[in-house]
Write a protein that binds this ligand. Structure first.
Ligand code: UDP
Length: 407
């Protein structure tokens, strides 16, 4: 596993030195992260790297995962969809189950961190133990909060406003809240298996394993099978293109413990694919980081046709590999893709197909977008910037009345 010093070549030596200085004052302070899944999805992806790097900096970072049954995750997925703007109704039983599962976890988890760092809505009602424990509580929202369902938002707000501060991924997600709101974008780790450089033989062997032709252009979307990632829309885009340009489509992804909708979405995608030999529908097991890395690196163009998106780590991952990306102009994606500079933004199947045709027919334009995209990620979305933001946030939480914290 990579060490902090290994990041100097990407982030600059001064950034690494500043991290050490900032962390020194947090030595021994415990930061207890809590989320709802250990694998699958962007939150787990980030914590997996963030926690060991904080530990290396001397911060006592911990990570716990709440437990919940199938029905609890059905309710929280419904909540997730509602916060992404889908109108849904919750029965009293569903609300009760949500609260009861949080209560059980609040009792069973040893909530001993100096700062309890809760990720996303699933565990947000753990806050009920705050007055008894007296520690500092942070709520980190990773989802697209630009148009939440009003009922769901009002319900969650009663819990969120009990936290000491909240963290959102993009300016458009900021809400009317009585607690401080901090804007911190997520990040990728350039040295993780998902993003590190790969020898060509590894890339070739992954393509061979999936029977993908290395000689033909390859268009890829990597995502959990989720309606909001619009995999069926991606197949429709491909149908419009394959008539004119010889290419292959790879749709690859797996599930997450806290996402029970995956099987249904996958079945719909399978139907849309209709055994087309030019479409590779790959169901990936957890920990397929090298495979995902290789697929991204082998791609001619990467799509992320999301209809809603918290941040969209897959976009940063592809840009970091210098790939031209076409992605939905939603959530945190426009922070990463400056239209026609570091990628192309799209809103519809037609718009995505038009952009895809343009990139497949103009490789040098596509290359330039990819090159700019990599630099944009290097400057803004690497884990070192994220670590710096978190350390500053922890300082500000420990010194709430001070306008300046001396390191
Ligand atoms: N991912 C993965 N396996 C999959 C699908 C996705 O490892 O089968 C990873 C993907 O590479 C990215 C993260 O999970 O690092 C997804 O984060 P993103 O922000 O794109 O979407 P989310 O799933 O959190 O909505």
């Amino acid at each position: 596993m990579a060490h902090l010093n290994d990041y100097r070549e990407f982030a600059g030596a001064d950034v690494i030195d500043e991290l050490a200085l900032s962390a020194e004052r947090l030595s021994g302070v415990s930061i207890q992260n809590i989320n709802s899944t250990a694998v699958g999805g962007g939150v787990a992806e980030i914590l997996m790297r963030m926690v060991p790097l904080l530990q290396e900096l001397g911060v006592n970072a911990l990570w716990d995962v709440i437990k919940g049954g199938e029905q609890f995750f059905e309710v929280t997925k419904k909540m997730h969809n509602a916060l992404h703007g889908q109108p849904v109704q919750f029965s009293q039983d569903e609300i009760d189950l949500f609260l009861a599962t949080n209560e059980t976890n609040a009792r069973e988890l040893n909530l001993h961190g100096d700062i309890i760092f809760i990720h996303d809505p699933q565990p947000c009602a753990l806050i009920q133990r705050k007055s008894e424990l007296g520690n500092k509580w942070l709520w980190r929202c990773h989802i697209d909060f630009s148009r939440p369902d009003p009922f769901t938002w009002e319900f969650l707000k009663t819990y969120i406003e009990q936290y000491d501060a909240s963290v959102f991924s993009a300016p458009s997600f900021a809400r009317q809240l009585s607690i401080p709101q901090v804007l911190i974008s997520p990040s990728i780790d350039p040295l993780s298996d998902k993003n590190k450089e790969l020898p060509q033989e590894v890339i070739d062997s992954v393509l061979q394993r999936f029977k993908i032709d290395p000689e033909r252009p390859m268009v890829t979307q990597i995502s959990r099978f989720d309606y909001l990632k619009d995999p069926v829309g991606v197949v429709q885009v491909f149908r419009k293109i394959q008539k004119y340009i010889d290419c292959q489509l790879v749709l690859a992804g797996g599930g997450a413990v806290d996402d029970p909708e995956g099987a249904k979405v996958l079945a719909e995608v399978q139907e849309a694919v209709n055994n087309d030999p030019d479409i590779f529908l790959l169901l990936l097991p957890p920990a397929s980081d090298i495979e995902i890395n290789a697929l991204q690196r082998a791609s001619t163009v990467v799509l992320q046709k999301s209809l809603r998106e918290g941040f969209g780590l897959t976009v940063a991952e592809a840009l970091w590999k210098g790939k031209p990306v076409i992605a939905g102009a939603v959530g945190g994606i426009p922070l990463q893709i400056v239209h026609k500079y570091s990628g192309l933004l799209s809103h519809t199947v037609e718009g995505t197909a038009f952009a895809l045709k343009q990139l497949l027919q103009n490789p040098s334009y596509a290359n330039n977008l990819g090159k700019n995209g990599r630099e944009h990620v290097r400057r803004n979305f690497l884990i070192t910037r994220h670590l710096r933001d978190y350390l500053l946030l922890f300082h500000s939480l420990r010194h709430p009345k001070e306008s300046m914290v001396y390191l």
